[in-house]
Structure formats: structure tokens, C-alpha cells
Design a protein around this ligand. Structure first.
Ligand code: GLN
Length: 446
């Protein structure tokens, strides 16, 4: 009740929720009370959380912040939702995002932009901007997010919270509406690494219904948090900390690296030579996959349908033109072009080769170090509407986060300090399935 009241009081200003599920939340809370009175030991029992509105929730609208799905009510729960529900958590509602998770500012939402709780004139980041703003403003305890190229880490940094994108395959994608399937991964956003660990424990693990989910054993992340990081080798990529990095950002991050050194970690300079390939490779591969994934929204089976179509062609064209926002249409066009015969090898094939080089770069680095530290973003949260007219300027915001998805690695952003009054994050990148080291490093730093 307390959280629902807070949402009612504050969310008109922030717009972090698309749907508030009051009745369902109160019923779940009551069930949790009963479980607790029977001595249920689950740490998540009764904890009010929110889901990014990209996760399917049974009998609860799942819009993907798109007009296309504005009235879509799924008949099933995403595996992530089902597992968190089973642990007894209370779902307060569904959070705002960039349409179909395409964006870095949460301004591409059919339901309007989200505002950054630290500065209402700034964006909260995206695409999981609603989840980040809701956690930061205490409109939920923790939230789920998804990360295809930075969508958990970048908004976490902009809103001063902790966000973890697990290794590709660590968390089931069943019921998580697809953007770019080879990059998409669900994850967690909370005030602390500790809370992230608890939520990840509930979500992670093999799912028979997602063939890309991994059978690699999960561990009790929350029990590893206090294992000392003395002797941990942290790689500092020269290509990330160079003269292009804003001097004030560099100063803040150096300070947090020194704190990690005080905890016993060892900083080692490394090279990630292929860093420059990340933006071009990602912005070919992600739209290519998006163009095929989004072909299912044809106005026939479900989702938005235009009024009075003349014929089938008109139904397709108008339903998609009216149902999708501008950025989504841009990506479908770019993706369709790069997959077309004649251009496939020049664009998509090349991008796949670049992706391989990026993955090899990381593999080499992990023979020298245990984790890698970098900025999460080039700077603090930027002003609302300051980049909406220039898609390339928006894409450049993702420079530090994209490579992690291309290589399928886990990445975490933790609060590192303030740039004037706006929070900034330090990103920690781990080797495959080593979420634990990221979480305990962040925990001990915090
Ligand atoms: N900003 C990136 C994009 O627009 C990443 C988004 C995401 O991780 N979902 O594609």
C-alpha cells in the first residue's frame, strides 16, 4: 500500500510506470503475508518490484511502449516473471521503456518520456528508463530490465543505481519480447549489488522453453558477496580511458578505481583494440535482427490494426506505419536493407566478422585479468530532447556498453559518484558466467 501510494503521489511527474497493477499487487501482498506467517524463508517474499513492460505478464497489459501492442494482454508469463512470482515477490506494475527497447533515453515511448528523478530536465537513460527511475525514486524496491546494448547499465548509471546484465543465456528470454535475439538478455536493477544478487538468484538458470538459455550451474550469488576481492586483477582498457573521455568523468572514475585498489584489487592496463568496431557492428546486427523479429506485427494475428483496410497490402502497410514509432521504423528499414541480397555480405556479414574480433579481444583480455572496469557512459544524464533529432548522436552514447553484448559477457554498472548533481556509473565487465565477481566487487565497493 505504501509503494502504491508513493507511485500515485510521484509518478505523474516521472512517468516511470505504464501500468500500475494495484489490485493484483494487493492480492499478491496478502498471499505473501500468509506465506510469511507460515514461516516462508524466501527473501523475496512480499518485496514490491516492477517489471519492464517488455516482459509478458499473464492477464496484465504488456505494451513494449508501442502503439502496436498498446492493448496486448498476454496469455502467459515470461519465465522471469513466473520465477519472481514463485519466490513470492509483489508485482507493482509495468515500467516505461523506449519502444521495443530501441533507444538510450526513454524518449521513444508511445506513452511519453520518463524523467530522471535527480534532474527532471534530464533523461533517465534507456531503454529500461522506467525501471531505473522507479528504483531511484523508491517507487519499487527493485525492477527487472533488459539489455541488448546497454539498456540496463546506462539507465542504472544515469539514475544512480546498480544494474546487472547477466551473461547471454544466464536468464531465460521466454516471454521477453524480442528485439535482437542474439544480444537480448534480461537482468536486474536495484539500489545495491546485494539486492541485485538476490533478484538474480530467483531469475537465473536453465529454462527448457528457451533453447539459448544455459545449463551452466547457477550459484547463490548473495552468499559470495563478502568473499574478499584482495588480489583481484582489474583490467583498465587504454581505449576506454583515453583523451576522448571527458576530464571530469575520468576524474570521478579514477577516484572509484583507487577505492577498489584500497580493497586489495590490482589495476592492470590492457588493450581492447577492436573497441572502435562496436558501434558500427551493433547498429547493423541489432536492426537486422529487429527487422525479422518485428515482422510478426502484421496487423493480422494480434496487435494494432488500421481502420478500414482496402486490401491485405494496405492492411500490412498502414498497420505497421501507424503502429510503429519513428525509431522502430528506422531500424526496420536499416535492418531490412542490410539483410537484402546484394548487401547482406557487405553489411551483415562484415558486422558478424567484426563481432567475432570484439569477442576475441575480450577473450584475450581475460587471460590477463579477472574483470574489466570502464565508464558506463560518456557523461552524466543529458537533457530531455537534446539528442532526439540526431539518431547518430544518440547511438554514440552506447560506446562503452555495446561490446559487452556483442561478446555475450556479463556487465554491471554501479554508482561511482556525481558529475555536478547527476550520478555517473562505473561499468564492470566479467568473463562468461562470472556474475558473482561483478556483484561482490560492487558490493564491497558500496
Ligand atoms: N541503446 C541501444 C539501442 O538503442 C541499446 C538498447 C537496449 O539495450 N535495448 O539499441
Amino acid at each position: 500500500q505504501d509503494y502504491l501510494q508513493r507511485i500515485e503521489q510521484r509518478d505523474d511527474q516521472l512517468n516511470s510506470y505504464i501500468t500500475v497493477a494495484s489490485e493484483r499487487a494487493l492480492a499478491q501482498a496478502q498471499a505473501a503475508d500468509e506465506r510469511l506467517s507460515r514461516g516462508d524463508a524466501s527473501l523475496l517474499c512480499g518485496i514490491p518490484i516492477a517489471h519492464k513492460d517488455l516482459f509478458c505478464t499473464r492477464n496484465l497489459a504488456t505494451t513494449c511502449a508501442s502503439k502496436m501492442l498498446a492493448n496486448f494482454v498476454p496469455p502467459y508469463d515470461a519465465t522471469v516473471v513466473e520465477r519472481i512470482d514463485t519466490a513470492g515477490a509483489v508485482t507493482l506494475g509495468k515500467t516505461n521503456l523506449d519502444e521495443f527497447a530501441m533507444g538510450s533515453s526513454n524518449e521513444n515511448s508511445f506513452f511519453g518520456a520518463v524523467k530522471n528523478p535527480w534532474d527532471l530536465d534530464c533523461v533517465p537513460g534507456g531503454s529500461s528508463g522506467g525501471s531505473a527511475a522507479a528504483v531511484a525514486a523508491e517507487l519499487c524496491v527493485a525492477a527487472t530490465g533488459t539489455d541488448t546494448g546497454g539498456s540496463i547499465r546506462q539507465p542504472a548509471a544515469f539514475c544512480g543505481i546498480t544494474g546487472l546484465k547477466p551473461t547471454y543465456g544466464r536468464v531465460s528470454r521466454l516471454g521477453m519480447v524480442a528485439y535482437a535475439s542474439s544480444l537480448d538478455q534480461g537482468g536486474v536493477m536495484a539500489k545495491s549489488a546485494d539486492d541485485c544478487a538476490i533478484l538474480l538468484e530467483a531469475m537465473a538458470g536453465f529454462d527448457l522453453k528457451d533453447s539459448t538459455s544455459s545449463g551452466h550451474p547457477t550459484i547463490r550469488y548473495s552468499e559470495q558477496l563478502n568473499t574478499s576481492i584482495a588480489g583481484l586483477r582489474i583490467g583498465i582498457p587504454r581505449q576506454y580511458f583515453n583523451e576522448q573521455l571527458d576530464a571530469k568523468m575520468a576524474g570521478i572514475l579514477q577516484q572509484s578505481l583507487r577505492e577498489l585498489e584500497k580493497l586489495g584489487a590490482q589495476l592492470i592496463d590492457i588493450d581492447l583494440q577492436q573497441t572502435g568496431l562496436a558501434i558500427p557492428a551493433y547498429y547493423i546486427i541489432a536492426p537486422a535482427e529487429a527487422s525479422t523479429n518485428l515482422s510478426r506485427y502484421d496487423g493480422v494475428r494480434y496487435g494494432y490494426r488500421c481502420d478500414n483496410p482496402k486490401d491485405l497490402q494496405d492492411l500490412y502497410v498502414r498497420s505497421r506505419s501507424e503502429g510503429f514509432g519513428k525509431e522502430v521504423q528506422r531500424r526496420i528499414l536499416v535492418g531490412t536493407y542490410s539483410l537484402s541480397s546484394g548487401y547482406y555480405d557487405a553489411y551483415y556479414g562484415q558486422a558478424q566478422r567484426a563481432r567475432r574480433l570484439i569477442a576475441e579481444d575480450f577473450a584475450k583480455a581475460f587471460t590477463q585479468v579477472d574483470i574489466i572496469a570502464s565508464p558506463t557512459t560518456p557523461g552524466p544524464a543529458f537533457g530531455l530532447n537534446s539528442k532526439t533529432q540526431d539518431p547518430v548522436a544518440m547511438y554514440l552514447e552506447d560506446i562503452y556498453t555495446l561490446a559487452v553484448n556483442l561478446a555475450g559477457l556479463p556487465g554491471l554498472s554501479m554508482p561511482a559518484g556525481f558529475y555536478d548533481h547527476r550520478p555517473v556509473g562505473l561499468q564492470l565487465i566479467g568473463n562468461h558466467f562470472d556474475e558473482s565477481t561483478l556483484l561482490r566487487t560492487a558490493h564491497q565497493y558500496q
